[in-house]
Design a binder for this molecule. Structure first.
Ligand code: SAT
Ligand code: MN
Length: 587
C-alpha cells in the first residue's frame, strides 16, 4: 500500500479501513479549490448535485437527501464506553464490544464500487492551541464538499496532525441509507466515531456534533474546558466598545439569526459581529476570564424562516458558493423555502423533486439547510480567527417555551447560572426526527450532544465557579412566549438586541436600579428594557417579565423529578438551588 502520511497511526488506520470496506479507490483530500471543483463536477454528473441558476446564484448547488434521511436520529445515536454510568441517562449506551460488532458488520465491504475519501480537518483556527484535529474517512463526496466549507480541511490540517500526533478518528459511510442499518456510534475513550447509513448533516459531517460536541465535551472535561452548543457574537455599542456573548439554544431556535443580527433602525451606531452560530469551545484564560473559539469555519443553517426581515445578512451570503440541501427550486432554478417570499411562486419543484402545488404541504423540508463559508457573511469578524479566542462577558441560555419562562432573567451567581442552564426545557423542532412541539428538558441545549453523564457535566461546570475570578455572568432568555391565542408576545429577531443591551448593562453593573431580585433570578424592572418604537400588545411587557408563582412551583417539581434520574451523580449544589427557589416561592 502507498504511504500517504508520516503519522503511522493514521496510515495504519486507513489501511485497516480499506481492508474492511473494500473501496475501488482511495483519495486523500488536500482541501484545494481544484479538488473541490472536481468533486462538484463528479456529483453533477452523478446527479447527486443539481446546479442552480448560475446568473443569480453562481456556484450554488442543490442536494436532495433520501426522504428518510433528513434530520438527526437521536434514537440511533450511541455512546460506547467501559462503564454505562459514565454516559448517564441522557445518552443511549452500548458496550464497546457490541458497538464495534454492530457497525463493523455493516462496514464490511460497504465501499465496493465507491471512492473512499480521507479527510483531515482542524476544528478551530489552524494556529490556535485551543483547536483540535480529526480525520474523517467517508464514501460520500457530498460530505467531503460540506466538510471543506465547515472545517479547515486538507493539507494544513494533516500537517498539524503530523506535528502534534493526536487526532479524532471518524469513519463514515452512507451504507444503503436504510434507517434499519443506521447507527451513529461514539467511542470517547478511543477518540473514535463510526457512523453508517445516513448522509445527513449532524449524522455525517463528523466534525460537527459528533466530534466538536460529543467527543469534544468528553475531551473538555478531561482537559478543563467546555465544549458547548453555543453561538458567539460580539456586540459593539456606539462608543465602539465590544462585548462578546455566547448563547445556547436548541437546534432550530434562531441561533443563526441571533449570530448575524442586524440592529433595528432604532439602534443607530450598534453593530453585531458574528464569531460562530452553533458551537463554542470555551477555555479559561490566565486572567480568570473565559475565552471562546468557534471550531467551525462555515454555517450549516436552517433555510426555512431565513428572509429579508429575519436574517438579511444570511440571505445576502447565500447567493453564491452555497450548497443547499432539501430546499425547493423555482421555475428559474433559484432556491426557495418557506419564509423567503410570499406568496410561494408558481411552478416550483419541491424538496423531493416533485411538482409543488399550493396546499400540498411545505415546498422545502422544514429542516432544509444551507452550507456556506463563514467568510461570506458580512458580519463575520476577523476576531473569529484569533488563536486565543474572544473573552466572554455573558453566557445566555434559552429554550423555546410558549409559557412560563420570562423574556429574560439574570442568575444570582455562577452556581445559580449553572442551575438555570441545567433546567432549560424547550419545545422540540424539525432538526431531529420525532414529534415537533413537545416540551422536553434540554440542559444547556446539549441534550442530544453531551457525550457523558449530564450530572458529571454539571459538576464540571460548577467547578469553574471556585477556580476562576472573572467568569461571565449567566442569563436565561425566551423569545418565544405566546399569548392565549398563540400570538408571540415579543417581536424577536433584531429587537432581541434590546434584551441583549440589558444583559450587557447588568454585566457592567453601573445601574443598580434596572433589576428586581426574585426567587428565579434578577428580572428587568418594567422600563429597564427599551421598547421605544415597538408595537407591543397592551400589557405584553408585564406578562413577559412576571413570575407566575404557582406555575413556577409546578416547574420546580418537574425539575426535581428530572434531576432525580441522575441519582448519586447529581451535584448537591443544584438540588440546593431548587430548595432555595422553592422556599422563596412559598414566601
Ligand atoms: O443537523 S445538525 O446536527 O448538523 C444541526 C443541528 O441540529 O443543530
Ligand atoms: Mn446546532
Amino acid at each position: 500500500m502507498m504511504i500517504n502520511t508520516k503519522n503511522r497511526e493514521l496510515q495504519t488506520w486507513v489501511d485497516q479501513v480499506v481492508k474492511l470496506t473494500k473501496p475501488d479507490k482511495v483519495h486523500w483530500c488536500d482541501g484545494s479549490q481544484s479538488e473541490f471543483e472536481t468533486l462538484v463536477q463528479e456529483m453533477l454528473a452523478a446527479g447527486t448535485l443539481i446546479e442552480l441558476n448560475e446568473k443569480t446564484h453562481p456556484r450554488c448547488y442543490l442536494h436532495r437527501s433520501n426522504p428518510t434521511d433528513v434530520a438527526r436520529t437521536e434514537h440511533l445515536t450511541f455512546i460506547c464506553t467501559k462503564n454505562q454510568e459514565d454516559v448517564g441517562p441522557n445518552n443511549n449506551w452500548m458496550s464497546i464490544e457490541e458497538g464495534n460488532k454492530k457497525v463493523d458488520a455493516l462496514f464490511e465491504g460497504c465501499m465496493r464500487g465507491r471512492t473512499m475519501y480521507v479527510v483531515p480537518y482542524c476544528m478551530g483556527p489552524i494556529d490556535s492551541p485551543l483547536s483540535r484535529c480529526g480525520v474523517e474517512i467517508t464514501d460520500s463526496a457530498y460530505v467531503v464538499a460540506n466538510m471543506r466549507i465547515m472545517t479547515r480541511m486538507g493539507r494544513q490540517a494533516l500537517d498539524r496532525i503530523e506535528k502534534n500526533g493526536s487526532f479524532v478518528r471518524g469513519l463514515h459511510s452512507t451504507g444503503d441509507l436504510s434507517p434499519d442499518r443506521r447507527f451513529i456510534m461514539h467511542f470517547p475513550e478511543d477518540l473514535m466515531i463510526k457512523s453508517i447509513g445516513s448522509g445527513y448533516g449532524g449524522n455525517a459531517l463528523l466534525g460537527k456534533k459528533c466530534h466538536a460536541l460529543r467527543l469534544g465535551s468528553w475531551q473538555a472535561r478531561k482537559e478543563g474546558w467546555l465544549a458547548e452548543h453555543m453561538l458567539i457574537v460580539g456586540v459593539e455599542n456606539p462608543q465602539g466598545e465590544v462585548h462578546y456573548i455566547a448563547a445556547a439554544f436548541p437546534s432550530a431556535c434562531g441561533k443563526t439569526n441571533l449570530a448575524m443580527m442586524i440592529p433595528p433602525e432604532s439602534h443607530k451606531g450598534w453593530k453585531i459581529w458574528t464569531v460562530g452560530d452553533d458551537i463554542a469551545w470555551i477555555h479559561p484564560g490566565e486572567d480568570g476570564r473565559l475565552y471562546a473559539i468557534n471550531p467551525e469555519a462555515g454555517f450549516f443553517g436552517v433555510a426555512p424562516g431565513t428572509g429579508k426581515n429575519t436574517n438579511p445578512n444570511a440571505l445576502a451570503m447565500l447567493n453564491h458558493d452555497t450548497i443547499f440541501t432539501n430546499v425547493a427550486v423555482t421555475k428559474d432554478g433559484t432556491p426557495w423555502w418557506e419564509g423567503l417570499s410570499k406568496p410561494a411562486p408558481e411552478g416550483m419543484t419541491d424538496w423531493q423533486g416533485k411538482p409543488h402545488h399550493a396546499g400540498s404541504g411545505p415546498a422545502a423540508h422544514p429542516n432544509s439547510r444551507f452550507t456556506v463559508s463563514a467568510k461570506q457573511c458580512a458580519s463575520y469578524t476577523t476576531k473569529a480567527e484569533e488563536p486565543k479566542g474572544v473573552p466572554l462577558t455573558a453566557i445566555v441560555f434559552g429554550g423555546r417555551r410558549r409559557e412560563l419562562a420570562p423574556l429574560v432573567f439574570q442568575s444570582l451567581d455562577w452556581k445559580h447560572g449553572v442551575f438555570a442552564g441545567a433546567s432549560v426545557a424547550s419545545e422540540t423542532t424539525a432538526a431531529a426526527t420525532g414529534k415537533v412541539g413537545v416540551v422536553r428538558r434540554d440542559p444547556m441545549a446539549m441534550q442530544p450532544f453531551c457525550g457523558y453523564n449530564f450530572a458529571d457535566y454539571w459538576s464540571h461546570w460548577l467547578s469553574f465557579g471556585d477556580k476562576y475570578k472573572n467568569l461571565p455572568k449567566i442569563f436565561h432568555v425566551n423569545w418565544f412566549r405566546q399569548d392565549k391565542d398563540g400570538a408571540f408576545l415579543w417581536p424577536g429577531f433584531g429587537d432581541n438586541l434590546r434584551v441583549i443591551r440589558w444583559v450587557i448593562d447588568r454585566c457592567k453593573g453601573d445601574d443598580k436600579n434596572n433589576a428586581t431580585r426574585t426567587a428565579i433570578g434578577y428580572l428587568p424592572t418594567e422600563d429597564a428594557i427599551d421598547t421605544k418604537g415597538l408595537s407591543l400588545a397592551p400589557g405584553a411587557m408585564h406578562e413577559l417579565l412576571q413570575v407566575d408563582k404557582d406555575a413556577w412551583k409546578h416547574e420546580v417539581g418537574a425539575i426535581r423529578d428530572y434531576f432525580a434520574h441522575y441519582g448519586s451523580h447529581m451535584p448537591k449544589e443544584l438540588v440546593g438551588e431548587l430548595d432555595r427557589i422553592e422556599r422563596e416561592l412559598q414566601g
